[in-house]
Write a protein that binds this ligand. Structure first.
Ligand SMILES: [Mg+2]
Length: 232
């Protein structure tokens, strides 16, 4: 990976369709099935508030970290593995061919361990230069510690701007309101909408990863041709 171009992806809702739960909600509900009533109530309340958009950034992260204190590593990875089934072979092929033109990275408010398992299962992990979100670390007793790298929409934009010194062209891809600052900070912002053709945000919108990746490649080829160092 030695490109001067980068394509940044959000994870939940961008690399797979949310239906109806995102990856962290799915993990909380899976853990609730094996837990006591106290845990189940707290987990279901957190998921319900999150689905209504009532929790932003750290308001969610603190309660999520607390509920995941004794999360089973295999279960966390299982959520990522399961969600990877949403990716069709043409989606994977499109991402692989995009990786020939640019470095790929993830900036997400989700959980790095789930994202890593997703990419691993899809055979894409080695094609991503970085995953920045929040990461769970397990100690010898099996308790977790959570380190938050991206705590909200502005952090995504700041991380994008920080990558400017490394890359001459940055494309960002997202699906929702938390991605808008990142899409604005990039040279080209694109929206993935798995469900409808409706254009909800003022950015080019795609219903397939294949078409979205083709648009990225076309933009990158054009940017390379326009670059002052391009061979004539
Ligand atoms: Mg998203």
């Amino acid at each position: 990976m030695n490109n001067d171009a980068l394509v940044i992806f959000d994870f939940d809702g961008t690399l797979y369709p949310i239906d109806p739960y995102d990856s962290e909600q799915a993990l909380l509900l899976a853990m609730a099935q094996d837990n006591n009533l106290w845990f189940r109530l707290r987990a279901h309340r957190l998921v319900s508030q999150d689905m209504k958009g009532q929790l932003v950034g750290r308001a969610f992260h603190h309660r999520y970290a607390s509920l995941l204190k004794h999360a089973d590593k295999a279960m966390v990875e299982h959520i990522g593995n399961t969600l990877a089934r949403h990716l069709k072979s043409e989606d994977r092929a499109a991402l692989l061919s995009l990786a020939e033109h640019a470095d790929l990275g993830i900036l997400s408010c989700g959980t790095e361990n789930i994202i890593e398992a997703f990419l691993q299962e899809a055979g894409l992990l080695q094609h991503f230069s970085f995953i920045s979100a929040k990461r769970l670390y397990w100690d010898a007793q099996g308790s977790t510690r959570m380190v938050v790298s991206i705590d909200g929409p502005d952090a995504k934009a700041q991380a994008t701007n920080a990558l400017r010194s490394t890359y001459s062209t940055i494309i960002a891809v997202g699906d929702g309101p938390t991605d808008l600052p990142m899409l604005k900070a990039a040279d080209l912002g694109l929206v993935m909408n798995w469900k409808t053709n409706a254009k909800t945000y003022p950015f080019p919108t795609f219903t397939s990863l294949e078409e979205l990746c083709s648009c990225c490649v076309a933009h990158l080829v054009k940017a390379k041709e326009a670059s002052p160092t391009a061979k004539r």
